[in-house]
Design a binder for this molecule. Structure first.
Ligand code: ADP
Ligand code: MG
Length: 287
């Protein structure tokens, strides 16, 4: 391998917005067999909006007040929804994020829980009869969340995130390059499947806890495959470091960018198949 051609390759990549941390990553990118993409903020824009809310005004107030403490994009969507309805935010005595499941907060002596089914089940909240409603949201690709106050079910909220404009085209190009394309998400199986269908992805690994993402990458590697991981979140950092090539979304968190081998400027997914082509071209020049 000539150092000059690699330098030319990394330079050309950088010009198009693909920032390799070193020439060795560019050299390895052409060998990929599979690519795992995070859903929220990677395939989707990562800016969900509330589409549905069931519950009374007090529930909405407790919901938004609890979510005020969270940095999750779903929380931002809920707080914005309440603000549009002129809901006053109450002070929170205690706040706790439950990674992969939701949040718990104490507000005016009330125990407020917001999150997925698992969170409700773990706290013995009865949600009988809600399954049909939740399923309907999820079939539409929305993320459904349940709200409980003092252990009792009080309502539900659904949020929708949209695909990045070029997601479908980028995924098609990756498939045409012969890569196995997999979507990885902490979100519900049905929601994940709906988004995957929109994006043209056939393989989905859903309901993965943040700490399990790296193990999922290892699982695919153990099949003898060279694996790229693409992600934007703090949650994705261990998986980005584990992958043969970690690709960070430039609009994502600093932690993800640090853990990755490559940064995709602006989060433009079309740059991923482009990176693979540039790697192939570089290797050809070397040989
Ligand atoms: P993602 O892969 O979409 O980033 P996360 O692991 O962050 O998923 O979250 C998984 C699930 O946990 C969400 O789909 C949601 O149901 C629930 N959840 C996470 N954070 C919150 C929150 N702040 N409020 C309500 N629900 C949440
Ligand atoms: Mg994400």
């Amino acid at each position: 391998a000539t150092p000059t051609s690699i330098m030319v390759g990394t330079g050309k990549s950088a010009e198009t917005g693909i920032l390799f941390k070193g020439g060795e990553h560019l050299e390895r990118t052409h060998q990929l067999d599979a690519i795992i993409l995070d859903k929220t903020g990677t395939i989707t824009k990562g800016k969900p909006e509330v589409t549905d809310f069931t519950g009374d005004e007090e529930t909405l107030q407790l919901l938004a007040s609890a979510e005020k403490g969270s940095e999750h994009p779903l929380a931002e969507a809920i707080v914005a929804y309440a603000a549009e309805r002129n809901i006053n935010i109450l002070d929170t005595e205690h706040f706790e994020a439950i990674p992969g499941h939701g949040i718990q907060a104490t507000i005016g002596g009330n125990e407020v829980l917001v999150g997925n089914r698992t969170l409700m089940a773990k706290n013995d909240v009865k949600t009988d009869g809600k399954e049909r409603e939740l399923t309907a949201y999820e079939t539409d690709g929305k993320t459904a969340m349940l709200i409980a106050v003092n252990g009792e079910y009080r309502g539900s909220v659904a949020a929708a995130d949209t695909l990045k404009e070029t997601a479908k085209e980028a995924i098609q190009q990756l498939k045409d390059q012969g890569l196995e394309v997999i979507m990885l998400t902490g979100d519900n199986e049905r929601t994940a499947q709906a988004i995957a269908n929109q994006a043209g992805i056939d393989e989905v690994i859903a309901q993965v806890l943040p700490e399990e993402k790296a193990a999922k990458v290892k699982e695919v590697q153990s099949q003898g495959k060279k694996v790229a991981m693409v992600g934007d979140g703090v949650n994705d950092a261990p998986a980005l470091a584990t992958a043969d090539i970690g690709m960070a979304i430039g609009t994502g968190t600093e932690v993800a960018i640090e853990a990755a081998d490559v940064t995709i400027l602006g989060g433009e997914l079309l740059l991923i198949p482009k990176a693979i082509n540039l790697s192939k071209a570089t290797i050809k020049n070397i040989r």
